[in-house]
Design a protein around this ligand. Structure first.
Ligand code: SF4
Ligand code: SF4
Length: 346
């Protein structure tokens, strides 16, 4: 898999600035807006071209994190102390450290979720000591960063616009067309390609519907269950990454065959996949009849706590959030007990 991405360097305050500019210009396409400097405009263009381009957050600090100091070229007015205080405020609110690197769309998703307002961030609503402005002069490199309550209000409006204001997201008409085609392909297939933990999601889907199985727009979980119910012997190959269940998913990038959004969804899914493979003693590429694969799953994985709850049920950060009950999904318990209408049927 390709791993030679170019990394964009941004200051934490520049994340807030980008969202505030979007909020101050409702209805405007991010690709046509001026974010205050040629470098920021180029960064926004890159994020729109590749939503998961890595972004590294750099801030001027004096501790052992100084290895990543960006220099003061893009400090805004207000003095060096204000610039450091504001960047540290934002990093702290995001639970990140200077130098942290994340895919752009995950980073902005985290920003919008963890920081819906900036009123209590230094330089926006939070009071700034007058002495700070007397410090070494800032050399703002054309980044006309907004500050004060105007920026806080614009930021709030930018947050309300959501990720679609900055990134190019899937269109609902396209997802609906893909849903139709991929659901048909699943129901007509002679064999299935499924990522390992999706066998568990199928079980939660079945258990949560109390016998009222019906397709949904967002994925092909229902169709996968129906394909297995119609032919419990259908060969299922365990695949790495998105699978036949994924094409209509709002988080799916069909061209790249990757999923993103929802802060770290691809990460969590890969961990769940490798955990399921480990518990089943299988690997990617292995193929088993559906009913044997599910029987093995239900024997070895009695609860989602072992996979989705990371064994101890402790959520350690936004990228590692736990789906459903940390102690185990009731939907999975019910679906497993009924073998999703595939295992234990005579
Ligand atoms: S609890 Fe786990 S298996 Fe169930 S839907 Fe969530 S991710 Fe899938
Ligand atoms: S989040 Fe990813 S793995 Fe899950 S259904 Fe969507 S595309 Fe597939």
């Amino acid at each position: 898999m390709k791993s030679d991405y170019r990394t964009l360097d941004l200051r934490p305050y520049q994340l807030v600035h980008i969202v505030a500019v979007l909020g101050a210009n409702p209805g405007c396409d991010a690709g046509e807006l001026d974010f205050g400097s040629a470098r920021l405009n180029a960064a926004v263009r890159e994020m729109r071209a590749l939503a998961y381009v890595p972004v590294r957050l750099r801030a001027n600090v004096t501790s052992i994190y100084a290895f990543q100091n960006p220099g003061h070229d893009e400090d805004t007015e207000g003095g060096a102390t204000l610039n450091t205080a504001r960047d540290l405020d934002i990093l702290q609110r995001l639970g990140l450290v200077p130098g942290a690197t994340m895919p752009a769309i995950d980073l902005f998703d985290l920003l919008l979720t963890a920081m819906p307002t900036v009123d209590d961030i230094v330089g926006y609503g939070e009071a700034v000591p007058a002495r700070w402005a007397e410090g070494p002069a800032a050399t703002a490199d054309g980044v006309a960063a907004m500050g004060g309550s105007d920026a806080a209000e614009a930021y709030r409006k930018g947050v309300a616009r959501g990720l679609g204001a900055l990134f190019v997201l899937r269109k609902s008409e396209e997802m609906a067309r893909v849903k139709q085609d991929s659901a048909k392909a699943m129901l007509e297939a002679k064999s299935l390609r499924i990522r390992p933990h999706h066998l568990m999601c199928m079980t939660c889907f079945y258990g949560g519907r109390e016998g009222e199985l019906a397709p949904i727009e967002e994925d092909n979980l229902c169709e996968a269950i129906v394909a297995m119910q119609r032919n419990p012997e259908i060969p299922v190959t365990l695949v790495q990454g998105p699978c036949m269940i994924c094409p209509p998913c709002p988080y799916y990038d069909q061209a790249a065959n990757l999923c993103y959004l929802h802060v770290g969804i691809g990460l969590r899914d890969e961990k769940k996949d490798t955990d399921v493979l480990r518990l089943l003693g299988l690997d990617y590429g292995d193929t088993l009849p559906a009913k044997d694969l599910l029987a093995l799953l239900y024997e070895r994985v009695p609860s989602t706590k072992l996979v989705c709850g990371y064994k101890d049920g402790i959520e350690r950060g936004p990228s590692w959030r736990i789906c459903d009950n940390p102690e185990g999904s009731e939907r999975y318990r019910k679906g497993r007990a009924q073998g999703i209408g595939v295992v234990g049927q005579s």
